[in-house]
Design a protein around this ligand. Sequence first.
Ligand SMILES: CC(C)(COP(=O)(O)OP(=O)(O)OC[C@H]1O[C@@H](n2cnc3c(N)ncnc32)[C@H](O)[C@@H]1OP(=O)(O)O)[C@@H](O)C(=O)NCCC(=O)NCCS
Length: 197
Amino acid sequence: MSDSPAATPKVVVRSAVVADAKPIMTLVNELAMQQVMLPRSPASVIENIRDFIVAEVDGQLAGCGALAVTWTDIAEIRSLAVHPAMQKHGIGRTLVDALIQDARRLGVPRLFAFTYVPGFFAKVGFTQCQHEDLPHKVFNDCMHCPKFLACDEIAMTRVLDAKASPAKLFGKPQRAIPLPQRTPSFAPPTLEKPGKG
Ligand SMILES: CC(C)(COP(=O)(O)OP(=O)(O)OC[C@H]1O[C@@H](n2cnc3c(N)ncnc32)[C@H](O)[C@@H]1OP(=O)(O)O)[C@@H](O)C(=O)NCCC(=O)NCCS
């Protein structure tokens, strides 16, 4: 009998397709029931299936993760999950590397994640930051979260392109859509003095 450690599984990472939506939901929501990550609704997985990648071992879903572009200078790593039986085999890191590659392809210079496992994200190059350090836009989805007013997730961030600061990406701060000229279509009512008669 050999004492050699278990062989590293052969992992295939690919873009998700609609048939992956159900197994992704099952994996994420089973882990969410253990309070280690947030749940995803069927609609949020199916509508955002193009954000997802999956890791397969022997043709079975072993993990998943999503890259959600939030704005021109930032994207979120979301719903990163590895099947409990497959954890600590490098699959989480492989998924993050693939999401980073996709972020680079898209020209996204900075990533963030909200997580309960800062130690893992530190291992894959993220550093902890304050929620307030992230742009307001990233909190859009938080409004739909049951923990909105009591968020206990830790914010982590990783810069992919330090030269692409928001100022360089946007130039001077300006309105995305110019406001139309205000042309009142009615005259404001004039107050008449209490009348005689
Ligand atoms: C967090 C998670 C995705 C990590 O996946 P994984 O496949 O087990 O991670 P890896 O094997 O690729 O680990 C990469 C490194 O991180 C370390 N690591 C893994 N999980 C860790 C944890 N919970 N805390 C601290 N370090 C961790 C590993 O030891 C490894 O370190 P090394 O490179 O020095 O050997 C997985 O544990 C998981 O699905 N957890 C439940 C869901 C979750 O917490 N998702 C996080 C996003 S919200």
